[in-house]
Write a protein that binds this ligand. Structure first.
Ligand SMILES: Nc1ncnc2c1ncn2[C@@H]1O[C@H](COP(=O)(O)OP(=O)(O)OP(=O)(O)O)[C@@H](O)[C@H]1O
Ligand SMILES: Nc1nc2c(c(=O)[nH]1)N=C(CO)CN2
Ligand SMILES: [Mg+2]
Length: 206
């Protein structure tokens, strides 16, 4: 989704959660300064024209493992569930709130880490980004910058689906999504509410 189309949704999200746009913009500038190259072309190469399974981290992911096929995009901690099952994700979309050294190892083995900057993860960006040994792509939910892209989307899971859509995936299938999960805190419930609303914009019912 182009930024001009995304921006009104972003404005609504800021208002809904009370997040600060200036913080998101500062985080995007910091991420840009931490990245010395852009691996967008690698992400395009794996997604364009291909079937992509986007894996969220709902408890049902373990039951959905058999349905995973094609290119695998993992949302944050879903990557570790996949890794435990012997599936190395092609890309992990993360705002780093669940990052561990296992993500470093997956990145070393070839997984592209798509790092999202926002106003509440600046210390995590500074800690983790310089430590990744492999390919990184930067994203923001605010205006894009050189090396820091905005494909649309908000939570790690729906952003992965927006990226697949924007980068030309032939088909997008979800695994490990339970957006009605009641076993989550109120902030997460709000995020899952938005994930459903946003996925509908790109024709995905979840
Ligand atoms: N029931 C669920 N609980 C958690 N995540 C879910 C669920 N269903 C789908 N997802 C998707 O899986 C993604 C990764 O989940 P994880 O628990 O690792 O969350 P997170 O890193 O805290 O997410 P975020 O940073 O987006 O808030 C979420 O961003 C969301 O899009
Ligand atoms: N400012 C801000 N932006 C976000 C946040 C967050 O906690 N704060 N969480 C996200 C992942 O769900 C995506 N974007
Ligand atoms: Mg996260």
């Amino acid at each position: 989704m182009q930024y001009a189309e995304w921006e009104p949704h972003y404005r609504e999200i800021l208002e809904y959660f009370g997040f600060d746009r200036a913080g998101d913009e500062e985080a995007a500038r910091i991420l840009a300064s931490l990245l010395d190259c852009d691996n967008l072309i690698s992400l395009v190469t794996i997604a364009d024209g291909n079937e992509v399974t986007v894996c969220g981290n709902a408890p049902c992911l373990k039951k959905d493992l058999d349905a995973i096929h094609g290119v695998v995009f993992a949302a944050d901690a879903a990557a570790e569930v996949l890794d435990d099952a012997g599936i190395l994700p092609d890309a992990v979309f993360t705002d780093l709130d669940g990052a561990t050294d296992r993500l470093i190892e997956m990145n070393r083995q070839g997984t592209i880490v798509v790092v999202h900057a926002h106003g509440d993860n600046i210390p995590l960006l500074k800690h983790w980004v310089p430590r990744f040994p492999g390919r990184i792509v930067g994203t923001t939910q605010a205006a894009p910058l050189p090396h820091v892209h905005n494909f649309g989307g908000f939570t790690d899971g729906d952003r992965a689906a927006f990226a697949a859509h924007e980068l030309g995936a032939a088909r997008i299938t979800l695994a490990g999504f339970d957006l009605d999960d009641k076993d989550v805190d109120p902030l997460k419930r709000g995020k899952l509410f938005w994930a459903r609303k946003l996925l509908a914009l790109i024709g995905i019912t979840a």
